[in-house]
Design a protein around this ligand. Structure first.
Ligand SMILES: O=C([O-])CC(=O)C(=O)O
Ligand SMILES: [Mg+2]
Length: 237
């Protein structure tokens, strides 16, 4: 297959990206029916970062970061670079030099299904990376790959222009055609959780707030005393 760099203008509205970023990974995946998550082996190199942005995808030969260099030019402010490799790798294909270049271009973070190095420097400069591994093993710049083609990253299908949301919980991809709808559903979920949180804080039981007693009954779960005698109600004696 020919290797290509696709110049892609497609992407979500800024407002949608910002709502998805505020919602966070757990809420966004729930709003999409528990889909879109990357395998949790992809971890942030430091805690506390929360980003969202348009995906610029890279398909690289393992242990070769030539195409990451080629992809920098295709990035615009607010983007997230997403790197997949053609075979499994934990090599440190990305570090603070590339981080500096991406940051200068306004890229808000990187997701890489391989290794990352210079993690203290990246943390200090505030460039968040989600990677499969931290590894000092260096790479070459010698083999062709592609930029802005659909890729599978840690089990998730990512197309250029999709929205990537990443935080301490992991990474989720929102397909571009679902972004608008998800940006409506996710805040509704956040609001409903806030309501539940208030009620839990006031001492209400989740069994009541979430109507789970009916579920327990329908599943045949019974309250019994220590002798196994069925009790009329659930009150602790
Ligand atoms: O130089 C490389 O290939 C990766 C790296 O360590 C950096 O970007 O700082
Ligand atoms: Mg380095």
């Amino acid at each position: 297959m020919a290797h290509v760099v696709v110049v892609n203008d497609q992407g979500p509205d800024e407002e949608i990206v910002s709502v998805l970023g505020e919602s966070g990974v757990a809420t966004v995946t729930e709003a999409m029916g528990r889909t879109g998550l990357l395998d949790p082996c992809i971890r942030p190199i430091y805690r506390g970062a929360r980003i969202a942005g348009r995906a610029v995808t890279v398909l690289s030969q393992a242990g070769d970061n030539l195409m990451i260099h080629a992809a920098i030019e295709q990035c615009r402010p607010g983007d997230v670079m997403v790197v997949a490799t053609m075979s499994p790798s934990t090599d440190g294909m990305f570090g603070d030099l590339l981080g500096t270049a991406l940051k200068a271009r306004g890229v808000v973070g990187l997701v890489i299904d391989a290794g990352c190095r210079d993690v203290s420097d990246l943390q200090e400069m505030g460039f968040p990376v989600w990677s499969r591994a931290v590894s000092a093993m260096g790479t070459v710049k010698a083999t062709a790959g592609s930029v802005n083609v659909p890729v599978v990253v840690a089990g998730a299908y990512v197309r250029p222009g999709d929205v990537i949301v990443a935080d301490d919980d992991g990474v989720v991809v929102v397909p571009l055609e679902l972004a608008k709808e998800t940006a409506v559903l996710a805040p509704q979920r956040t609001e409903s959780e806030a309501e539940k949180r208030d009620r839990f804080q006031n001492g209400e039981l989740s069994l009541d707030v979430m109507n789970l007693r009916t579920t327990l009954t329908s599943l045949g779960v019974r309250y019994v005393d220590e002798q196994g005698q069925v009790l009329p109600d659930a009150s602790p004696r």
